[in-house]
Design a protein around this ligand. Structure first.
Ligand code: SF4
Ligand code: SF4
Length: 197
């Protein structure tokens, strides 16, 4: 075959099929990459079991990607990362007190629309409802974890008093606890007195 015709055939072959692929719709989801660099910070992932809904990740988020949404009527808290805003800085991972977050190796984050669930990292938790005023306050898992840590670290001199006081007010939100502090003799200043100088 003459060289000119061969060249012409190759040129035509290039124009007969697309030179580029639509992204991300044409990407093979099973595609393997041979060289993901060590230490790559990909999409943050959250272990739902470990998350206590404490808000620490939202407070340090550099991209304002992590937000907390409380649903008063359903008594639910949503902890959400919106990946469009994530800068993959890892601050949330470093601050999480329960090690619920980690930076994965997933780096392909493009989706076809903003509303695609793949753009969000969601965890939903139950909120406690105040037995006095009826408003929701902290997630139950957060209160349980705080109590666990408190009992581990508390001065043994005041431990029994604090535990007894907590039982009296555990069903109330912080505002109602303050309001009832003198009625139930649970004012925290008495612990300072008990602990001594
Ligand atoms: S436990 Fe970790 S992931 Fe859950 S809200 Fe707190 S900081 Fe965020
Ligand atoms: S990696 Fe950074 S920007 Fe992304 S959710 Fe965590 S703190 Fe926010």
């Amino acid at each position: 075959m003459p060289a000119r015709i061969k060249i012409l055939e190759e040129v035509l072959a290039h124009y007969s099929s697309p030179m580029t692929l639509n992204y991300p719709s044409s990407v093979d989801p099973n595609k393997k990459y041979s060289a993901i660099p060590e230490g790559l910070r990909g999409v943050p992932e959250r272990d739902e079991e470990k998350c206590i809904g404490c808000e620490a990740c939202a407070r340090v988020c550099t991209g304002m990607a992590t937000k907390i949404f409380d649903n008063e009527s359903e008594a639910k808290r949503l902890v959400q990362i919106f990946l469009f805003r994530c800068t993959f800085c890892q601050h949330c991972v470093d601050e999480c007190p329960t090690e619920a977050l980690k930076m994965s190796k997933k780096f392909e984050v493009a989706t076809g629309s903003r509303d695609d669930p793949a753009n969000y990292v969601d965890t939903t938790l139950d909120l406690l409802r105040c037995a006095n005023c009826g408003h929701t306050f902290y997630p139950k898992k957060y209160v349980d974890k705080a109590n666990e840590l408190l009992l581990q670290k508390i001065n043994p001199l005041v431990k029994d008093v604090v535990v007894a006081d907590f039982k009296k007010v555990q069903d109330y939100c912080p505002s109602c606890r303050r309001a009832f502090a003198y009625k139930y003799d649970t004012h925290t200043k008495k612990h300072v007195w008990l602990e001594g100088p």
